[in-house]
Design a protein around this ligand. Sequence first.
Ligand SMILES: *Cc1c(COP(=O)(O)O)cnc(C)c1O
Length: 397
Amino acid sequence: MQPSDAHRPQTRAVHPSVETPAGSRPLGVPIYQGHLFAFDDADALAAAFDGPGAPYMYGRIGNPTVTAFENAAAELEGGAGAYATASGMGAISAVLLALLRTGDHVIAQSCLYGGTWALLRDLRERWGVEVSEVSGDDPDEVRAALRPTTRLLYLETIANPMTQVADIPALAAVAREAGVITVVDNTFAPLLCRPLDLGADIVVHSATKYMSGHGDIVGGVAVFADHAVYRRVWDHAVEMGATADPFAAWLLVRGMATLPMRVERHSATALELARRLAAHPSVENVHYPGLPGHPQHELAGRVLSGGYGGVLSFEPAGGRDAGRTFSEAVRVARLAPSLGDTKTLVMHPASTSHRQLDADALAAAGIGEATVRVAVGLEDPDDLWADFEQALAKAAG
Ligand SMILES: *Cc1c(COP(=O)(O)O)cnc(C)c1O
């Protein structure tokens, strides 16, 4: 409808003309906050129901700002398609629920993100999906776990908080031979690792972390090597309503533009702090894939390139109390969950994220009572080190 002089003011207020730029186009990505698109005839609207690639119609099905972020993520990971979601768990849920049915079997790394394990447990208990655990760096273990019903292998490039590195090329090769889809959560290593190049089929990210990089949105994305698998997940995700919000997608497009510099800086500062912590008299162990003493340092060199990521963990001498005291004593770094923020974030898993586990259960998860997780930010490394030194002095009593 065109507003015209024939209409009353309240009708004209509801239908302002919407300009489509002609003769020039926006260089940055506009925020398409409106969720509806209009058509000139019913056939054109009917065609818009056909799915991704069809004209935009309704915000849950597609939005140009969200597509811009999906295109950036697909380029980053070298995929044939990407689907952006309201959170990292939205991407993980969309992939698992779209591709699994009752009786299917999943092989998953033991050290996966807690939310992913909670979802896998739920799928097992309520939906009859079977799940086996593997360490993540032994192809024979995956081969032994294979069943005729195995559909998915699920890994994380670098795991939290002990920074285990998955042998993506070796494990994905075993899965591929058996016709099993490999999913890799690459949240900890955007740019440093391209799992699709290493043989994975799907990459998921909590875009809340490094892709956003500024701690200001919650979002996620799944990137697919194969367009048919993308389309299967897309159909289900649209039913689930996992859709990303245009404003979050716009902030993600902005975050992606500085991802290369941020990842480089997070990694360089993390390596520097890991080295200094390893040399400190009141630190017992440091876990960082960039240190030669890390059990998978050599593997990390094959799976990662350009750095080892921004997350490290360590055990101050003095057990549980020392870990907790350190996490509360920092002044430049902050006691907070999450990672990939401009600010350095520290957490003592035994007293926070893993508080339900006693010493034995913590040990079984490979986590120490004293372990402190550090998600390195973008501050000056010397300021961070001075902060850590004073917090270590307090932790040592
Ligand atoms: C944070 C995180 C998630 C979950 O992402 P949300 O955006 O919080 O839903 C999944 N995997 C990993 C590795 C994470 O760190």
